[in-house]
Each structure stands twice: as structure tokens, then as C-alpha cells.
Design a protein around this ligand. Structure first.
Ligand code: ATP
Length: 266
């Protein structure tokens, strides 16, 4: 077990803090434990520190205070991925096998089969013969998710994984993360600008607020209308929708521009 992790936890942050170059703290005294199969959605406005926190958990940004311990089997999906070389899609997915291959070993038939399986899981098997650089933003996000899957992770850290996905693929992503959690005990931490994703996934949330401590807890409890309205600086309503046998909660932001359009021109 890696030093600093308690029981089966895959992530442990203790009194974690990161300071910006101007001396202000992006977050401070943050304590967080992620257990196997736990899903945590990070919410917060632009520039609140979601990417920075996820990068710190992935070991890519150092903390200025406190400590972070993570499982060695952690996969990280960045918000944007610039590919220096012209890799094929399957080669890109196979990079996820590096940890299992060791130095100088080429991926074998089993690794290739796993890569194709993972592409199928994310609905991207039809792109197997393409160059990664030629893919659209959403296709890239899904291929990088396949790369994370073949690494056999215990925890996946995803920075806005749905930012380029259409509604069907957002649904596929959320269902996949839930399945990974329930069937394989894989934990996920993901950031989003869609509180709906946290509610629909019935997961935990960490709400990163300006000038206040983060709120942490069950999405359905934490994401009240006052909390959402304060977070985004505009009125936000929660609407319960009963679509038997399912119950959904919709999040509706009341954009001022919508009301302006209804006012008669002077
Ligand atoms: N190297 C840096 N130098 C100065 N400021 C930085 C640096 N890196 C990040 N920041 C600032 O830290 C803040 C948090 O950035 P971060 O990318 O973590 O926010 P975010 O919540 O992921 O935002 P978004 O939702 O827009 O992606 C931003 O104000 C950003 O400008």
C-alpha cells in the first residue's frame, strides 16, 4: 500500500493548498479522501481551481501546503491534449499499457485486443485506423478515455471530460463511469460545468466557491437552488421530472438574456 493512504483509499489530500503567483490562495486546508468506487464531480466557475486541483492529484502540479497521496494505478485525462507526433488512434490507446509493459517491451496481441475493446467501450472502434490528429474534439476525448481504460486504473482523474461531447456521448460517459464504479470499484474524479452531470450520476460533489470553503457531499443534498445560484451568479432552478419509473432533476439557469428578449423594444 502506498505510504499515506488509509485502508483502500485511492486518493488522500491533507491540508492541501495551492497559492497563485500573486500570493492569493486558490484553495487551502483542503482535506479529501476517495474510496474505491467513489465518484466525485468538481464544480466551480471558470478559474476557480478545478484543473489545478486535478493536476495536483495527478502529481503534475506541486502543492504549496499539505500533502497528496494517490494510488500508483491512477490515469489522468487532461482538458486539452496536444499531440506532438502523428500517432494512430490504436497507438494512442496502447500508450495506456506502458505501465504494464515495462521498458523496451512492445505491446503484444493481448494489448492490441484490449485497445480495440476499450475503443469499442467508448463507441470509437470505427476510428481505429485513423490518425489521432485528424479526430474531432469529442472523438479525442473518447479515445483518451479508452487510453485510460487500458491502463487498468484504480482511479481515473478527468478534466472536463464531457466538454466536447454531444448529449448521447455525455450519457455514454456518465453511464460508463457509473458502471466502472459499481462493477470494478474504479473511482473517478471529474470536473464539469454541468451540475446536471453530478445529479444524474448520483455522485459526490466538491463545489469550489469564490471566497469561501469548498462544499463537499452528496450531489442531491449539496446542490440546492441557493448554492447553485450563488455558485454561478445567476438564478438557477431545480426541476423534478418524473418519467416512470425514473426520476430526474433538471437544472435550469435563468439567463437574463432570455428575459431581455421578451421585453418590448423601447
Ligand atoms: N501558472 C500560472 N500562473 C498564474 N496563474 C495561474 C497559473 N496557472 C493557473 N493560474 C490561475 O489559477 C486559476 C485557476 O485555474 P484553473 O485552470 O485551475 O481553473 P478552472 O477551475 O479549471 O477553470 P476553467 O473552468 O476555466 O477551466 C486561474 O485564475 C488561472 O488563471
Amino acid at each position: 500500500m502506498p505510504t499515506g493512504l488509509i485502508e483502500n483509499d485511492v486518493v488522500a489530500l491533507r491540508h492541501a493548498g495551492i497559492r497563485l503567483p500573486d500570493g492569493t490562495w486558490l484553495f487551502r486546508d483542503l482535506n479529501l479522501r476517495i474510496a474505491p468506487g467513489q465518484r466525485l464531480c468538481l464544480l466551480g466557475g471558470n478559474g476557480r481551481g478545478k484543473t489545478t486541483l486535478l493536476r495536483a492529484i495527478a502529481g503534475l502540479t506541486p502543492l504549496d501546503e499539505g500533502s497528496v497521496c494517490v494510488t500508483p494505478a491512477l490515469a489522468y485525462l487532461p482538458q486539452r491534449f496536444h499531440c506532438l507526433f502523428d500517432y494512430g488512434v490504436v497507438d494512442m490507446v496502447l500508450m495506456g499499457r506502458c505501465r504494464h509493459l515495462g521498458l523496451w517491451r512492445q505491446p503484444g496481441a493481448t494489448d492490441h485486443a484490449r485497445a480495440l475493446d476499450a475503443l469499442q467501450t467508448v463507441g470509437m472502434q470505427r476510428l481505429a485506423a485513423r490518425s489521432f490528429r485528424t479526430l474531432s474534439g469529442g472523438e479525442r476525448q473518447l479515445v483518451l478515455l479508452a487510453r485510460a481504460l487500458v491502463s487498468e486504473p484504480r482511479c481515473i482523474v478527468l478534466d472536463e471530460p464531457a466538454s466536447a461531447l454531444d448529449l448521447a456521448n455525455q450519457s455514454l460517459l456518465l453511464a460508463l463511469l457509473a458502471r466502472l464504479a459499481h462493477q470494478q470499484g474504479i473511482s473517478t474524479l471529474f470536473s464539469s460545468h454541468h451540475p446536471q452531470h453530478a445529479l444524474d450520476s448520483d455522485c459526490q460533489v466538491l463545489v469550489m466557491r469564490a471566497d469561501d470553503l469548498p462544499l463537499h457531499g452528496d450531489a442531491r443534498t449539496v446542490l440546492t437552488e441557493p448554492v447553485l445560484s450563488a455558485l454561478y451568479g445567476l438564478p438557477v432552478r431545480r426541476i423534478d421530472i418524473h418519467d416512470p419509473p425514473h426520476r430526474h432533476t433538471g437544472i435550469v439557469p435563468l439567463f437574463p438574456s432570455a428575459t431581455l428578449q421578451q421585453e418590448p423594444c423601447p
